[in-house]
Design a binder for this molecule. Structure first.
Ligand SMILES: [Zn+2]
Length: 256
């Protein structure tokens, strides 16, 4: 039987308990630090969800080709497309994507002095060629709509008829724009026949809104709304990447 009343033994036991508590404390701190570290790593991975994705971003029109003209401000679509594309580029890059812009200035991408059908075709082909040369996983063309009725509004995304990945891409971008912009008129992604969408790259043409609608024109010109468009498109691309991953194909290997 141990003599618990022995002062020497009691002090040894106290030291032993002290050491045990200290060791436990160190182990706990170590575990917490480990968990914390894992947390940090997870956050880093999540903050770059578009890592590995190359996006060709195409501000529609440029140079002699102004596109649509805003009804009230008189601004050309080409100018606002570029503003929006630059904001989108920033957001996509922040989420880890590699972004290639087809133009950064007010230029046409084909030679010539006059607006001919051939010149327009060459301009569009240059944009697709740039996307191909960059090895783009996704091609997004940024545009603004107009219509004779000033009541029409709302973003709308188009894909090439028959292109499965393009349809998927347009669908998620449309949903993300509705979620992010909450437009009064909720449109659906639609099949169309656009030259820039015909390549093998999954492609979508994003009409961000109507320049013929007074209220929407104001929004489209505002940096805050342009930022919302950028966030929405980035969210949509995240969803697209997640869908491809779940499907187990496409850009999956490049992203992981
Ligand atoms: Zn356009």
């Amino acid at each position: 039987m141990r003599d618990w009343k022995n002062p020497l033994l009691r002090s040894r036991m106290a030291r032993f308990r002290g050491c045990l508590l200290l060791t436990l404390g160190i182990v706990c701190i170590g575990l917490l630090a480990g968990l914390g570290q894992e947390d940090v790593q997870t956050t880093t991975a999540d903050s770059k969800p578009l890592q590995g994705l190359t996006v060709a971003l195409d501000p529609g029109h440029g140079g002699y080709d102004g596109g649509a003209k805003a009804h009230d401000s008189g601004k050309w679509e080409k100018e606002i497309n570029l503003q929006i594309a630059l904001v989108v580029e920033k957001e996509l890059a922040a989420r880890g994507a590699t972004v290639v812009l087809t133009r950064r200035e007010d230029i046409c991408l084909s030679e010539g002095d006059t607006a001919t059908k051939q010149r327009k075709r060459a301009d569009l082909q240059s944009r697709v060629d740039m996307a191909k040369a960059a090895g783009a996983d996704v091609f997004l063309s940024i545009h603004l709509n107009e219509y004779r009725s000033r009541a029409e509004s709302g973003p709308q995304v188009f894909y090439q008829r028959g292109g499965e990945d393009g349809r998927l891409l347009a669908g998620v971008l449309q949903a993300a724009l509705i979620e992010g912009l909450n437009p009064p008129k909720q449109r659906k992604a639609m099949a169309g026949d656009y030259y820039v969408l015909r390549s093998a790259i999954p492609s979508a043409l994003v009409e961000c809104g109507f320049l013929s609608n007074a209220a929407e024109e104001k929004l489209l010109l505002s940096p805050a709304y342009q930022q919302k468009i950028a966030l929405s498109l980035a969210d949509g691309l995240e969803e697209y990447v997640a869908l491809l991953r779940r499907r187990g194909q496409g850009t999956q290997e490049q992203i992981q």
